[in-house]
Structure formats: structure tokens, C-alpha cells
Design a binder for this molecule. Structure first.
Ligand code: NDP
Length: 307
């Protein structure tokens, strides 16, 4: 049985940063990328708030650069995804779709995934007009009518991006106030292609897999009245859920399912650290994820020194 010193799980901002630090510290880390390498940044377009890029940088490009940097220092990358873990015994073990890995320490950086509405029509029309990635699917809606659901930065960013293609973008939000930052809302208000439908929730998607999405049924939360909006595409941007299903019962999670960590990115299991959005339900910023990845790698190195 070959046991690695350090396994890093999840190839997003936190994971790659941890890999860069761990590789430079001579820990020969192995990166298990998971199904969606690049994490949330691979689904975004221009990132304007990552320090060091005054003109912005495309999310996928930032991820590629981080990977290149991690590999340059000796990170071994493996495209596998986790099925289950056993953190009760030592070495720690992680079973993937391809093999079982053993390690003295593990950094979990599996991030979070798009939250779904769980309303009728959502699953059947997913990929047939209903989407969570404007970057990926936006160009399909040239001169069409689309909607974005949500009132956070992601929703407004997606709406602004979609105006590059769509004829009209309706932002559907369940209340009057927005979580999104003022600067984003101001840009959206100035954009003549964007209209806001407030105090409203989507309760059903109509259409079929052949013709695609045709309408969304909306309900006003104040009056209860319902109406149908004709749309060709709908982008759901209502936040995220942490990717922690594979460790339920193995590690302490908070009520929303995020991993509990301390200031050293330690979990309740010795030798297991967590970094990035999988343990952050507040900030969810690339630079914060990178910072926590750095801390996790430094703490893992200190742990392994005394192992
Ligand atoms: P947020 O949690 O900030 O916003 C989610 C939005 O979806 C809220 O407006 C919420 O409504 C709404 N919502 C949640 N559940 C439902 C539901 N079931 N039905 C209808 N609406 C729902 O998530 P984001 O993904 O927007 O942002 C996450 C983090 O990433 C934030 O910290 C954000 O600042 C950051 N971010 C930063 C960007 C940038 O700086 N360029 C770009 C994108 C994201 P309500 O307000 O009523 O709770």
C-alpha cells in the first residue's frame, strides 16, 4: 500500500493554491481534480477583483495558470472523482472512481455547486433552456428573451453578460432588496436590455425537451397572483450548496453542510484540512479561497513535520 504525504481534493482556487504551497514545500502533493476541475471560476467570465490583474482575467484562464504553477513545482494531477472516504483509520483513505488512495494528510477543497429551485419542469428542461451557466450557454440565446433568477452578485453578473447576446433579460428576484453589490445593481439599472421582476418567484417551467423552454410561471409573493412569462432560456443563480455529500458522517459540518474549520483550516479529524468554498458559506471569493488554501497547505506541512 503506497501512502502519499498529502492528497488535495478539488481543483479550484483553494486546491491549486494549496498544491502550489505544498509542492514548493517538497510534500509531493497529489491533486484529485474531481468531476468539474476549475470549480466556480471555470464557469465565470471576466474576474475583475482578483489582485494582480488590473485589466481582469478570464476565470478559466486564471485556473489554468494556477494549475500550470502547481504542476511546475511537482504536483501530480489525477482526473478522478471521489466516491467515499475513510477518515477513521490511519492512513486516511479516499476511494475514487479509479482507485483507493492512502495519505497521511488530506486537504479538502471540493467547493460548492449551483443550488437548484426544485420546481416542476426544472429537471426535465435542464440543458433544454434551463441552465446555471450563462458563460457556457449565453451565446445560444442571441436575440432571444431570457431570464435570470436570483438577486445576488452572480445573478446580476450573469444578467449583464447575457445582454451581450439576448434581446431582453428579465431578472426575477423574490424581494425588493438585493444581496448584490451596489456597483453591480447600478450597472444593471443602466442597461436598457435588463428588466427587473421583483417580489416574484418561479414556480414552474413550461416546455418540453424537443422545443425547449417556452415559459416560466411566476408568482408574486405579496399578492399571490400568477402569470406566465415567455422566455427561451432561464439561468438560475440562487447560490450554492457545498460539495460535502461524500464526507457526511465522517467530519463535522455546519447546519448548511459546510465543513467546520478553525483558523488553521483544521477540521475535527487530525490530518484533514479544508479550504475554499466547501468551508466558507460567507465570503465565497476567489481570493479568500486561495488564502485558505495557502493556510491549509502551511498547516498540513507543519502537521506532517511532527507526524
Ligand atoms: P448569494 O447567496 O449572494 O445570492 C443568492 C440569491 O439567490 C439571493 O438574492 C437569494 O435571495 C436568492 N435565492 C436563494 N434561494 C432562492 C430560492 N429558492 N428562490 C429564489 N431566490 C433564491 O449567491 P451568489 O451566487 O450570488 O454569490 C455568492 C458569493 O459570491 C457572494 O459573496 C458574492 O458576492 C460572490 N460573487 C462575487 C462576484 C464578483 O464580485 N464579481 C460575482 C459573483 C459572485 P435573498 O436575497 O432573498 O436571500
Amino acid at each position: 500500500m503506497i501512502s502519499q504525504k498529502l492528497l488535495i481534493v478539488g481543483a479550484g482556487c483553494a486546491g491549486w493554491t494549496a498544491a502550489i504551497y505544498a509542492a514548493r514545500a517538497g510534500l509531493n502533493p497529489v491533486m484529485i481534480t474531481g468531476m468539474d476541475p476549475g470549480g466556480q471560476l471555470s464557469l465565470t467570465t471576466q474576474v475583475e477583483n482578483y489582485p494582480g490583474f488590473p485589466d481582469g482575467i478570464l476565470g478559466p484562464e486564471l485556473m489554468n495558470r494556477m494549475q500550470e504553477q502547481a504542476e511546475k513545482f511537482g504536483t501530480q494531477v489525477s482526473n478522478e472523482w471521489i466516491r467515499k472516504v475513510d477518515f477513521e483509520n490511519n492512513p486516511l483513505s479516499i476511494e475514487t472512481n479509479k482507485s483507493i488512495h492512502y495519505a497521511d494528510s488530506v486537504i479538502i477543497a471540493t467547493g460548492s455547486s449551483t443550488r437548484k429551485l426544485t420546481i416542476p419542469g426544472e429537471d426535465v428542461l435542464w440543458g433544454h433552456g434551463v441552465s446555471a451557466c450563462a458563460t457556457c450557454d449565453g451565446p445560444l440565446y442571441r436575440d432571444k428573451d431570457v431570464a435570470v433568477i436570483g438577486g445576488g452578485d452572480t445573478a446580476i453578473e450573469e444578467a449583464l453578460f447575457l445582454t451581450n447576446f439576448a434581446k431582453k433579460v428579465s431578472v426575477i428576484h423574490r424581494r425588493q432588496e438585493f444581496k448584490a453589490s451596489r456597483i453591480m445593481i447600478e450597472s444593471a439599472l443602466k442597461n436598457s436590455k435588463i428588466e427587473f421582476i421583483l417580489d416574484s418567484v418561479a414556480i414552474e417551467f413550461l416546455g418540453d425537451q424537443h422545443v425547449g423552454l417556452s415559459q416560466v410561471v411566476l408568482q408574486n409573493v405579496e399578492t399571490g397572483s400568477k402569470n406566465k412569462l415567455d422566455i427561451d432560456g432561464c439561468f438560475i443563480a440562487i447560490g450554492h450548496v457545498p460539495n460535502t455529500k461524500f464526507i457526511v458522517g465522517q467530519i463535522s459540518l455546519n447546519r448548511q453542510g459546510y465543513i467546520l474549520t478553525n483558523e488553521f483550516q483544521e477540521t475535527n479529524i487530525k490530518g484533514v484540512f479544508a479550504a475554499g468554498d466547501v468551508q466558507d458559506n460567507i465570503w465565497q471569493q476567489a481570493v479568500v479561497a486561495a488564502g485558505s488554501g495557502c493556510v491549509a497547505a502551511l498547516a498540513a506541512e507543519r502537521y506532517l513535520r511532527n507526524f
